[in-house]
Design a binder for this molecule. Structure first.
Ligand SMILES: *[C@@H]1O[C@H](CO)[C@@H](O)[C@H](O)[C@H]1NC(C)=O
Length: 249
């Protein structure tokens, strides 16, 4: 063992301090509830990574929460509606349900509008999209904050529940409104709607009558599995707002 000089100690302290700073920095997701009703965001990290905020929490109308994701984070964020949880966080939701308040790695039940992110490592570009491939439950927009590159605001701003074909609707079991709109894949299980079997390539799985209804309502969201060209977006070194009901009605 050698004794450390004052300069070496200073150097090590500097390395530790800067290391700590780089752990603290990351991509900030500001999750905003602009709906007139409560939303319970659910978040799932891919590859069994760190679950942000335990993977779920409640957001009253007008409230927002900042979450910080580390570089390289990938995952999905969605909104749950009509939830009831007990003091232990056990319970369920009418849409987007994962079985408890903190989803802790469990996904949401479809139909559900999804925001999907892959954050770049070391300043590389981020990929993001809003997807209706698993159906739709609530209006959702991703807005970029800062960053460089194409950086478009994207999502599904119109209320698809209002234009959902009868055969795809999920009615509120308590009576009243449509609470979700299924994908044609989920509703009918056909390989041409699901892009499976002989239809498992972009060339053999074109848009369908149903995917076009979603695309017309929400041009900057995935309407079926091979909708990449008009649905995936990129931006570098940005923060993102994820807004439920960006245009309040
Ligand atoms: C992202 O948010 C953090 C924390 O508020 C801030 O320090 C950083 O400058 C923001 N980045 C961009 C690109 O706006």
């Amino acid at each position: 063992m050698t004794n450390l000089s004052g300069l070496q100690i200073l150097l090590f302290s500097f390395i530790i301090a800067t290391g700590a700073i780089s752990v603290v920095s990351g991509t900030v997701f500001t999750i905003v509830n602009s709906c007139s009703f409560p939303v319970w965001p659910g978040i799932i990290t891919g590859d069994n990574g760190l679950q942000l905020n335990g993977g779920g929490f409640d957001l009253t109308p007008g409230a927002s929460v900042d979450l910080t994701a580390p570089a390289g984070w990938s995952g999905r964020i969605w909104g749950r509606t009509g939830c009831n949880f007990d003091a232990f966080g056990n319970g369920k939701c009418l849409t987007g349900d994962c079985g408890k308040l903190q989803c802790s790695g469990a996904g949401g039940t479809s139909p559900v509008t999804l925001a999907e992110f892959t954050i770049g490592l070391g300043g590389a570009i981020d990929f993001y999209d809003v997807s209706l491939v698993d159906g739709y439950n609530v209006q959702m927009e991703i807005k970029t904050q800062g960053g460089s590159g194409d950086c478009q605001n994207v999502g599904c701003v119109s209320d698809v529940n209002k234009i959902c074909p009868n055969e795809l609707t999920v009615p509120n079991p308590n009576g009243g409104d449509v609470v979700g709109c299924k994908s044609a894949c989920e509703a009918f299980g056909r390989p041409d709607y699901c892009c499976t079997g002989a239809f498992n390539k972009p060339e053999t799985c074109p848009p369908t009558h149903y995917s076009r209804i979603f695309k017309t309502a929400c041009p900057k969201a995935y309407s079926y599995p091979y909708d990449d060209a008009t649905s995936t977006f990129t931006c570098a070194n940005a923060n993102y707002s994820i807004i439920f009901c960006p245009i309040s009605t």
